[in-house]
Design a binder for this molecule. Structure first.
Ligand SMILES: *Cc1c(COP(=O)(O)O)cnc(C)c1O
Length: 231
């Protein structure tokens, strides 16, 4: 206890860099998304002041009220389940939707983005755990979804995101991270021109070093940076 958000950020950045170097990667290829759900706004502001440039939110409502309080020019990532009836607000609020996992939401996002005169980056959330309760597309569906996005003028697919099942030992998540990278490598030559699957969003507080070793370009970190969330 007692560490400031700034000190935690420094420590996380050092761990990210060490993990990148261990696997022969350039540390600057890995960026941090602060996962801010249910965190008091003061702590989020501390993170932004300390240099965090990307904020990830799970809830559209919460993001909307946060955005009024956080005026700094940060990038807003949607990292929670997106319902179709929230698509318009999501388009207004977010720069990137990381959790696209079905055709219906692609068409809804395109329709709203066009009406709002906005371009939006999206990522495909892939469910590698084969658990029916998890959100995310099946790996075999991902190519079709990327093709659907390529047909949408206002949307651009920039990568893949995944959330493995929970493991006490972060090594348990490694095969899922490796699988997302392999899926990206398989899909990249097959997807329509213009879709560059540059981003792999994977890794959270408990397992981000493993994710970086396996190729993460975005790590979504909540508690390790911001401390405990409200219930
Ligand atoms: C909450 C959340 C995170 C961050 O979780 P921590 O374990 O607190 O780092 C990352 N990604 C998603 C999708 C989340 O919902």
């Amino acid at each position: 206890m007692g560490l400031t958000v700034r000190e935690r950020l420094e420590s996380i950045r050092a761990r990210v860099a060490a993990a990148a170097l261990r696997s022969g990667r350039d540390p600057s290829d890995v960026r941090l998304v602060a996962a801010v759900k249910r965190v008091p706004v003061e702590r989020i502001l501390e993170a932004v002041e300390a240099g965090v440039e990307m904020l990830g939110e799970n809830y559209v409502q919460e993001a909307r009220s946060l955005k009024e309080k956080i005026r700094a020019p940060v990038h807003w990532h949607m990292i929670g389940n997106l319902q179709s009836n929230k698509a318009r607000q999501a388009v207004r609020i977010f720069d990137v939707i990381e959790t696209v996992d079905r055709e219906k939401i692609i068409h809804e996002l395109q329709r709203c983005a066009q009406q709002e005169g906005k371009r939006l980056d999206v990522m495909m959330q892939v469910d590698l755990a084969e658990e029916e309760t998890k959100s995310g597309a099946d790996p075999e569906e991902t190519r079709g979804l990327i093709e659907a996005v390529a047909g949408c003028e206002n949307l651009r697919c920039v990568g893949l995101m995944t959330m493995p099942p929970f493991f006490d030992d972060p090594e348990g998540a490694r095969p899922y991270f490796a699988e997302l990278r392999r899926l990206r490598d398989r899909l990249q030559p097959l997807v329509p021109q213009g879709a560059v699957l540059r981003e792999l969003s994977m890794g959270m507080s408990g397992d981000f070093e493993v994710a970086v070793e396996e190729g993460a370009t975005l790590v979504r970190i909540g508690t390790a940076l911001l401390g405990p969330r409200n219930a």
